[in-house]
Design a binder for this molecule. Structure first.
Ligand SMILES: *[C@@H]1O[C@H](CO)[C@@H](O)[C@H](O)[C@H]1NC(C)=O
Length: 154
């Protein structure tokens, strides 16, 4: 492919990226407990540039956690829930993280990337939500990663 055709493809790709809108940025998180590993860095595509990550009703927002597992694992459970006065699992979540969100098997000591497309369903009331997210080895039930953060549904 050359010339005008290649230019057209580049322009179309750029437009598609623009229409998806949000750029990933680093977001703050907290530790779940002293036993659990936290990410080296956490990124999310937010609707705002600073502060608590704003997400839009009816949209998908991508989350990316970089971490170094301390265990080998070939079967990983991803579990995300609202962390209010009781924990409420997010509906329709993709629990099998080895099915596209992680490169499995995880190798202990190796830099690993977890990516997840979080769909914000239309029925959630607009407000700020604390979220807790954990990755667990399914065979041993050992925690691999856990972090807490906030999103603001707008
Ligand atoms: C993880 O697996 C690798 C081989 O892939 C092995 O060399 C290593 O000893 C294993 N580590 C643990 C903690 O089981």
């Amino acid at each position: 492919m050359k010339g005008p055709c290649a230019v057209a493809v580049v322009v179309v790709v750029a437009l598609i990226n623009l229409s998806e809108g949000f750029q990933p940025r680093r977001i703050m998180f907290a530790r779940c407990s002293s036993e659990e590993q936290v990410p080296r860095a956490l990124f999310m595509t937010c609707a705002n540039r600073h502060g608590v990550c704003e997400v839009r009703l009816g949209q998908s927002h991508n989350l990316r956690a970089i971490f170094i597992p301390q265990l080998n694992s070939s079967d990983v459970d991803s579990y995300v829930r609202w962390n209010g006065w009781m924990e409420i699992p997010l509906p329709d979540q993709q629990r099998d993280a080895c099915d596209g969100e992680l490169a499995c098997p995880l190798v202990a000591g190796q830099m690993t990337q977890f990516t997840y497309s979080l769909q914000i369903q239309n029925f959630w009331p607009r407000k700020e939500y604390p979220v807790i997210w954990s990755l667990t080895d399914r065979k041993t039930d050992e925690p691999l990663l856990c972090f807490k953060f906030k999103i603001n549904i707008i």
